[in-house]
Write a protein that binds this ligand. Structure first.
Ligand code: ADP
Length: 501
C-alpha cells in the first residue's frame, strides 16, 4: 500500500478521501486556498498546506504547484477527487512524470474518454450501444444543419470536450440550429479551450442510469451495479439511488457487461463510471467518467465495497480480491445532494456563513460533508455542501429514512435545496419510481414557494424554535411543521432574507 497521499481537492470529497486513506493507514496531506484554512478537510488531514488565494485557478487548479508540493513534503501519490484536475490527462501525465502515483487511470485513458466523440467511437467499436448521432465533431453550422436533419429533431448539440452541462444545447427545430450551434461552440471554447461540437439525438424521456466499474492493473474488471441519477436540474444530478427501480435482472446484467466491455476497451484502471441513458428497455452509452463520482456512496451502501479504499489499493498495484459473482446488492440506498442553491429562484447559488448546522444521524444514515458551523460558502466553488445518504432494507424503507433524516437536518445561514428533497421524497411519482430526466420539469409544483402567509407562519415558528433551542441548550420543544421547507428557517434567522418570503 502507498504510504502517503496528497489530496488535490477540497470540500466533502477531500474529507471522504482522507477518511478512506486513514482507514488504510495512509498519511494524508491536504491542500487549501486561503479562505478554506479552517475547512473540515484541513482540520482532518494529518498535514495541510496553503496553495493560494480563493480563485481555483490560483489554488486548486495549480497542477505544477501541487506536484512540487507533493515532492517537497514526501507524498507518494496524488488523489485528484472529482472536478478540478481529476480528468485532466496532462495533469495525470505530469504526476506520473514526476515519479508520483496518480490515483486514477492512465493519462491516455483520461484523454480518450475526455473527448466525447473519441469515446463514442471506441464504444461503438466495442459493441457498446451509443446514443444515436455522430462520432465526429461538425465543421460548421451548415454541416450541423445537414447532420441534424439526418439524425432527426429534436437534437442535442454537445461539446466534444464537454462536462458539467457546458456547451450543451437542445434544438427542437431547424431554424434554431445555427444560433444554438454558435452558442454551444462559443461556450465550449470558453470553458474547455476547444469549441468542437457534435450532435446526438435528444431522447424524449430517458432515465440516467450509470454503472460503477473497478479495474485493477492486472486485467481484472468488475462492475458494482447501477445508480439511477434521473432527478436532475439543468442536466446535473440532484438525487441518486441504487439499485434503479426500473431495471430487470437481465437488463442489469446486460448493462453491467456493456460497462465492463467499455472499461476493458480502454484498459481501465481504478474506479470509473459508465453513464447510460435508458429508455423503453434500451440503453445507450453517454460518457465515461474516469474518476470517483459524487454519488459513489450509494454503491458503497448496497455493495459494502469501499470505493476509495479500492482506488488506493489499485493504485498501489493490488489485485481485486473479488470477482463479478461475489458482488451482491443488498437493500436500497438514496443520496440527496445538499447544495447551497435556492430551488425557489431557479437554483441560484446562495452564499454566506453557515451559522447553524444540525447533521442527521441514526441507523442507516451517512453524512459526507465538507462544511461545519462557521464555514463560509462563496461563489468560488461548487455549491455541493454535503451528501445525505441513507440505506434501507428496500426502496420504501430508504425513502422513509431519507424523509426522517431530512427532517432532522437544519442548515442556517445559506439557502439549501434540502426542502426540495423533502418534497421529492413525498411526491407520488418518485415514490412509485416513475422517473425520467424530465422529472423536475414535469413537477413544477416542487419548485414553487408555499403561500407567502404560510411561509411567514413557518418562519415565525422556525425563529421560535431556534431561540428555544439556544436558550435551553437542548432540543427544541416545538415540533417543526413537516410541510415547511427549511428555507423559512434561514429567513427567520436572518431577517434580511425575509423580504424574499
Ligand atoms: P456532461 O458531461 O456535460 O454532464 P452528459 O453527456 O453527461 O453531459 O449529459 C448530462 C445529462 O444531460 C444527462 O444525464 C441527461 O440528463 C442529459 N442528456 C445528455 N445527452 C442526452 C440525450 N442525447 N438525450 C437526452 N438527454 C441527454
Amino acid at each position: 500500500m502507498i504510504s502517503s497521499v496528497l489530496i488535490a481537492n477540497r470540500g466533502e470529497i477531500a474529507v471522504r478521501i482522507i477518511r478512506g486513506a486513514r482507514e488504510c493507514g495512509v498519511r494524508t496531506i491536504a491542500v487549501y486556498s486561503e479562505p478554506d484554512r479552517l475547512s473540515p478537510h484541513v482540520l482532518e488531514a494529518d498535514e495541510a498546506y496553503c496553495i493560494g488565494p480563493a480563485a481555483s485557478v490560483d489554488s486548486y487548479l495549480r497542477g505544477e504547484t501541487l506536484i512540487e508540493l507533493a515532492k517537497t513534503v514526501g507524498a507518494e501519490a496524488i488523489h485528484p477527487g472529482y472536478g478540478f484536475l481529476a480528468e485532466r490527462a496532462d495533469f495525470a501525465a505530469a504526476v506520473e512524470g514526476a515519479g508520483l502515483v496518480f490515483i486514477g487511470p492512465t493519462s491516455d485513458t483520461i484523454a480518450a474518454m475526455g473527448d466525447k466523440t473519441e469515446a463514442r467511437r471506441r464504444m461503438a467499436d466495442s459493441d457498446v450501444p451509443i446514443v444515436p448521432g455522430l462520432t465526429d465533431a461538425v465543421a460548421d453550422a451548415d454541416e450541423a444543419e445537414k447532420k441534424a436533419t439526418e439524425i432527426g429533431y429534436p437534437v442535442l448539440l454537445k461539446a466534444s470536450a464537454g462536462g458539467g452541462g457546458k456547451g450543451m444545447r437542445v434544438v427542437e427545430k431547424p431554424e434554431d440550429l445555427t444560433r444554438a450551434f454558435e452558442a454551444a461552440s462559443r461556450e465550449a471554447l470558453a470553458a474547455f479551450g476547444d469549441g468542437s461540437v457534435y450532435i446526438e439525438r435528444y431522447l424524449a424521456r430517458p432515465r440516467h442510469i450509470e454503472i460503477q466499474v473497478l479495474g485493477d492493473a492486472h486485467g481484472n474488471t468488475v462492475h458494482l451495479g447501477e445508480r439511477e441519477c434521473s432527478i436532475q436540474r439543468r442536466h446535473q444530478k440532484l438525487v441518486e439511488e441504487a439499485p434503479s427501480s426500473v431495471l430487470t435482472e437481465e437488463e442489469r446484467t446486460a448493462m453491467g457487461q456493456a460497462a465492463v466491455r467499455a472499461a476493458e476497451a480502454v484498459g481501465y484502471r481504478g474506479a470509473g463510471t459508465i453513464e447510460f441513458l435508458y429508455e423503453d428497455g434500451e440503453f445507450f452509452f453517454l460518457e465515461m467518467n474516469t474518476r470517483i463520482q459524487v454519488e459513489h456512496p450509494v454503491t458503497e451502501m448496497v455493495t459494502g465495497v469501499d470505493l476509495v479504499e479500492w482506488q488506493l489499493r489499485i493504485a498501489s498495484g493490488e489485485k481485486l480480491t473479488f470477482t463479478q459473482s461475489d458482488v451482491e446488492l443488498t437493500g436500497h440506498s438514496i443520496e440527496c445532494r445538499i447544495t447551497s442553491e435556492d430551488h425557489l429562484s431557479g437554483f441560484l447559488p446562495s452564499t454566506g456563513v453557515i451559522t447553524h448546522l444540525k447533521i442527521p444521524t441514526g441507523p442507516g444514515v451517512r453524512w459526507d460533508g465538507g462544511v461545519i458551523e462557521g464555514s463560509e460558502v462563496s461563489l468560488h466553488y461548487d455549491p455541493l455542501l454535503a451528501k445525505l445518504v441513507v440505506h434501507g432494507a428496500d426502496r420504501k424503507a430508504a425513502i422513509s429514512r431519507m424523509s426522517r433524516a431530512l427532517e432532522e437536518l437544519m442548515v442556517a445561514g445559506v439557502e439549501t435545496c434540502a426542502p426540495l428533497h423533502r418534497r421529492v421524497m413525498e411526491e407520488q411519482d418518485f415514490k412509485a419510481g416513475a422517473l425520467s430526466i424530465r422529472y423536475l420539469d414535469e413537477h413544477p409544483e416542487l419548485l414553487e414557494a408555499d403561500a407567502p402567509e404560510e411561509m411567514m407562519i413557518a418562519a415565525t415558528i422556525a425563529a421560535a424554535l431556534l431561540e428555544d433551542e439556544h436558550r435551553r441548550g437542548g432540543p427544541p420543544r416545538i415540533k417543526r411543521p413537516s410541510s415547511e421547507p427549511l428555507n423559512a428557517w434561514r429567513r427567520a434567522v436572518h431577517p434580511w432574507g425575509a423580504d424574499r418570503c
